[in-house]
Design a binder for this molecule. Sequence first.
Ligand code: SF4
Ligand code: SF4
Ligand code: FES
Length: 245
Amino acid sequence: MSEQKKETKTVTFKIKRFNSAVDDKPYWSEFDLECNDGTTVLIGIQEIIAKQDGSIAMRYNCRAGVCGSCAIMVNKKYMLACETLVLQLKKKVIKIEPLPFFPVIKDLVVDMTPYYEKLLAIDPYLLRDHSKDPEKEILQSPEDFHIIEEATKCILCGCCHSSCVSVWTDKSYLGPGALLKAFRFANDTRDENKKDRIKRITAEDGVYRCHTAFNCVEACPKELNPTETIQTLKRQSVKQALKFW
Ligand code: SF4
Ligand code: SF4
Ligand code: FES
């Protein structure tokens, strides 16, 4: 059987560089790389690091679109480097930058602390009286899981937080990523803290800071919809205020 020939093309990777320990301002480095139709942006950067410039800093882990750590900007769009095929971008030059808004530590590695702090503020784990937990597992029906299913697909990449105009202008705002997570736990039938969670997200730094600009929807590499989720949380907060539950 004859082996199928792979398409190959030379693509220029233009990578934004900045080392916060030594540089005053960012600069660009360019590298030509032979890419085939299986070359992802992550594989490309790894090859450049291995063969052309070992000083480039990049964060990644799973290589499978699961851990969220390889989120970067490619040609001004939010993407996961491990899921983005270079030749499908159909460009001779691809511009690679770190996520905006977050402070750059080195090259493509940013300090995600501003996003993680907001996540921690909404208690991103089940809150319940564990002394009453069943011996094996806490069961949930498929129908109940369906309510939170979309939100459980969030991989914590931080793209939505990085893209949100309200986050940019008001650093106290919880932001779309943390609010999506708040929805996921407030509506999980195994959690016992719904009232307090809804109260928390209606505080001054919560859902009413969202101006429905949809940047977060466009940015999400998992095609989730934090804007719609925030609108649902707003409706739930009104229902709670009117004592629907
Ligand atoms: S829709 Fe709301 S949360 Fe999403 S980017 Fe706009 S202001 Fe931020
Ligand atoms: S909602 Fe989307 S963009 Fe935001 S952290 Fe989760 S996966 Fe990333
Ligand atoms: S390396 Fe984990 S999502 Fe890309």
